[in-house]
Design a protein around this ligand. Sequence first.
Ligand code: NAP
Length: 319
Amino acid sequence: MEYKNLGKTGLKVSELCLGSMQFGWTAPRENAKRVFDAFYDAGGNFIDTADIYSRWAPGNPGGVAEELIGNWLKTKPRQQVIIATKVYGAMGDGPNDRGLSRKHILDACDASLRRLQTDYIDLYQTHAWDAATPLEETLRALDDLVHAGKVRYIGCSNIPAWHLVEALWVSDHLNLIRYDSLQPHYNLAHRAEFERELQAVCLKFGIGVIPYSPIGGGLLSGKYRRGFQAKEGSRSWNLRHAFTERNFQIIDQLEEIANQRGKTILQIALAWVMQQPAVTSPIVGANTVEQWEEIKGALGIRLNEEELEKLEQVSKWDE
Ligand SMILES: NC(=O)c1ccc[n+]([C@@H]2O[C@H](COP(=O)([O-])OP(=O)(O)OC[C@H]3O[C@@H](n4cnc5c(N)ncnc54)[C@H](OP(=O)(O)O)[C@@H]3O)[C@@H](O)[C@H]2O)c1
């Protein structure tokens, strides 16, 4: 595993980040420790979570992923692990239990620290943007958390390019902590949302990029092929709209390259994301140690110009 600076900061993060949304949702909670251990043993130091994970799943009140990380973290030297969590999602039914107000950010940070059983968060991210709260209020609350020693760096996710630039401007203008990372949805089958404008913003301003769903939530894992019938209620049901001819052509091309290299479709799909301009560390979801082992096989793959061009031809997007 190699380590890269997160954007312009001095923080070194592993070239793969491990997601935790799956535990207590699509993967049993008992799997978490084994997957975290396998990731850590491979040199991974960067784990992503969110307070809300995964409140939408039956029987999950939210906060479960943070609790699992907190329990695991006690078995490791705290300073060796970079914990990234998020605030924004509704953690209760009250009007102030969500969003990016000063009140909710300060309440949510304390709740995350309790669940994570730590006294600081390495990277605190806004999970989405909040049109109902002034940016100055959000950034000042985050700045206060940094000065209080509860947060080390801040980042954002699911934000339009103009709003990210506005946030950088407000931080600069008011001398507040700035967003040093972006967490966008990005993979070979979902390029335009990041590449249209956000990529250029991140390159221009030195913002680290930690893309989520780099294998399309399983779409590019190799298990879905033409004719696959998604069953209602199964994991594949969430992906049914992505079972398009264009995406199957991407999978065909990945397979050709994978076969030539003795690798798997998933590994080539992930290697492509890792090689894209501005990308620091894709956030992968592994439900089991076996899934992690296959993901780990993407480390060290460097696609050549010809392979990149073939993937470009099948995945490029229109204006
Ligand atoms: N900021 C945001 O709004 C946001 C949104 C989404 C995710 N995230 C973060 O990003 C992380 C990763 O997201 P993601 O889960 O969508 O990422 P992903 O890596 O694209 O997809 C992970 C899924 O792919 C399947 N998979 C993984 N390895 C496999 C293998 N070897 N063989 C077959 N299938 C395999 C598994 O699903 P099945 O086995 O169930 O098919 C797994 O849950 C999350 O945990 C979370 O931390 C953030």
